[in-house]
Design a protein around this ligand. Structure first.
Ligand SMILES: Cc1cc2nc3c(=O)[nH]c(=O)nc-3n(C[C@H](O)[C@H](O)[C@H](O)COP(=O)(O)OP(=O)(O)OC[C@H]3O[C@@H](n4cnc5c(N)ncnc54)[C@H](O)[C@@H]3O)c2cc1C
Length: 459
């Protein structure tokens, strides 16, 4: 099987990956990790870094990076799903999490440098563009909230419409937020590079090994049972496929496209440096980067959930969403015209019921879980993995005191309520975007409805 069609990222790896060997039979280790995405590979890496004697085995159903980690936008930004909830409960703890995720951007770059991982890491900040006054009002308030918490002008600032062209020339803009703590990465190279670094330090990685069930001390696969005192679930949206965890997260599909490489002259007109990502402040945001080979890779503008938390390769293409992404590109950069799209793909990320990411270790069962990152998992998974490493090795640290540790999200409703609720939530979010685009005014009634549903994609 060729992996090149998974995403532009897999297609641009250089070589088509050949999966590592599967689990050869029963095994005993100290820590068994389920899932070879960012959460899994970073956890394996940090565990071996902290304790070279710790016996670590990672089990991946397919190949490392096969899930969301090898398909995402490569935005390594300082955000964590549900951060605003922590601020509401305890501003000091919320701020500690915000500082920790901010520092994570440099940590990812530092590991790439120290381990020689060539993942096109480039830290050029991120632009959140606004396209109507309701978005501008929200983003301005967001910048002011940062300022009130002590964030400096260098770290986060509001750009007036006249200042935006200094970073990127777009057709029309009501202003933007510039956040310095943001980097661009090639996500598949990063996931696979971190896996190789973990392996070099002694972690065992078994691919083509699907876990069928997890119980305290035991991970079951068709190829054998792995016994481990500690088990880590790094499954994001796939968690919903595991018995006993079906309602802990839902898999939500997001879609991306990549253009052909743009000419130097076009990039000079757009004026965006390589490491600067851009997106907007809609409810259904777009997120985009200039790739190392000068394409635009852009995703977002919607979210698809399939009945019964289904995951299927048939869901990975979405022509309607592709149309919305093309339209977003045309509106932002009309100069591009009908640019050739060379790649289109989709993948599922995990959403918890309260849209809040968390890191947990249950001391009674020895089972740990990190996820619920929604569309903010690139940086958050690194922070989660360092935290998991401290929890698993029983090390007291500032990381284990962060407010997302131990956070318990409620479970999702059974079907058909789950499907109906997600459908209603996505329809209201899309309608809120349309209303704000049309009127320029904050869609407050939509917000009330979303709050009742508990489906507010809070910016
Ligand atoms: C299209 C898209 C765009 C995104 N863009 C961004 C972005 O720009 N920035 C950002 O921060 N986040 C983004 N995200 C979210 C981010 O990609 C995820 O939050 C993150 O990759 C989750 O990593 P993970 O390791 O927890 O899960 P995954 O990467 O999904 O890894 C889970 C792994 O588990 C494996 N697996 C599944 N079932 C089993 C089983 N039973 N046994 C063993 N292995 C199993 C899968 O094959 C997979 O490799 C995006 C997501 C998508 C889908």
């Amino acid at each position: 099987m060729s992996y090149r069609s998974i995403s532009y990222w897999f297609d641009s790896l250089g070589t088509d990956p050949i999966p590592r060997a599967p689990l050869p039979g029963d095994l005993e280790v100290d820590v068994a990790i389920v899932g070879g995405g960012f959460t899994g590979v970073w956890t394996a890496y940090y565990l071996k870094l902290a304790d070279p004697d710790c016996r670590v085995a990672l089990l991946e159903a397919d190949t490392v990076g096969f899930g969301a980690s090898g398909r995402n936008g490569g935005w390594c930004w300082a955000s964590v799903a549900g951060l605003h909830h922590h601020f509401e409960r305890d501003p000091e703890k919320g701020n500690a999490l915000r500082q920790a995720i901010g520092a994570t951007i440099d940590e990812v770059g530092a590991v790439c440098a120290s381990e020689g991982i060539e993942a096109d890491y480039s830290k050029g900040g991120g632009l959140t563009l606004t396209s109507n006054s309701a978005q501008a009002e929200r983003v301005r308030a967001h910048v002011e909230a940062h300022r009130a918490l002590g964030w400096s002008e260098e770290e986060v600032r509001w750009l007036e419409p006249a200042e935006v062209p200094n970073h990127m020339r777009v057709a029309s803009c009501h202003g933007a937020m510039f956040a310095a703590q943001a980097a661009r990465v090639h996500p598949a190279k990063l996931t696979r590079g971190v896996a190789a670094a973990a392996e070099k330090r002694g972690a065992a990685i078994y691919e083509q090994t699907r876990v069928t069930r997890v119980a305290p001390g035991r991970v079951h696969t068709a190829r054998g049972v792995v016994r481990a005192h500690r088990i880590v679930l790094g499954l994001a949206g796939y968690l919903s496929q595991l018995p006993d965890y079906r309602r802990d997260a839902i898999p939500a599909y997001n879609y991306m496209i990549a253009t052909k490489p743009l000419s130097r002259e076009t990039w000079e007109r757009i004026g965006l440096s390589g490491g600067t990502g851009f997106g907007d402040a809609s409810r259904f945001i777009i997120y985009a980067q200039r790739t190392a080979d000068d394409r635009i890779a852009i995703g977002g503008r919607g979210l698809s959930y399939f009945y019964g938390s289904a995951i299927d390769p048939r869901f990975e293409q979405n022509p309607r969403n592709e149309g919305l992404l093309r339209k977003a590109l045309r509106e932002l950069i009309p100069d591009l015209g009908e640019i050739e799209i060379t790649h289109r793909w989709g993948g599922a990320f995990g959403i918890s019921r309260d849209m809040t990411a968390s890191v947990n270790l249950d001391p009674a069962t020895g089972i740990a879980n990190a996820g619920g990152y929604v569309g903010d998992g690139v940086a958050a998974s690194n922070l989660a993995a360092r935290t998991l490493s401290d929890l698993l090795l029983d090390r007291k640290s500032a990381l284990v005191e962060l407010p997302w540790v131990g956070h318990q999200s409620p479970r999702w409703e059974p079907e058909p309520l789950r499907w109906l609720g997600v459908r209603a939530g996505t329809a209201i979010n899309a309608s809120a975007d349309a209303t704000e685009n049309r009127t320029g005014r904050h869609a407050r009634l939509h917000d009330v409805a979303l709050r009742i549903l508990g489906a507010n994609l809070e910016y």
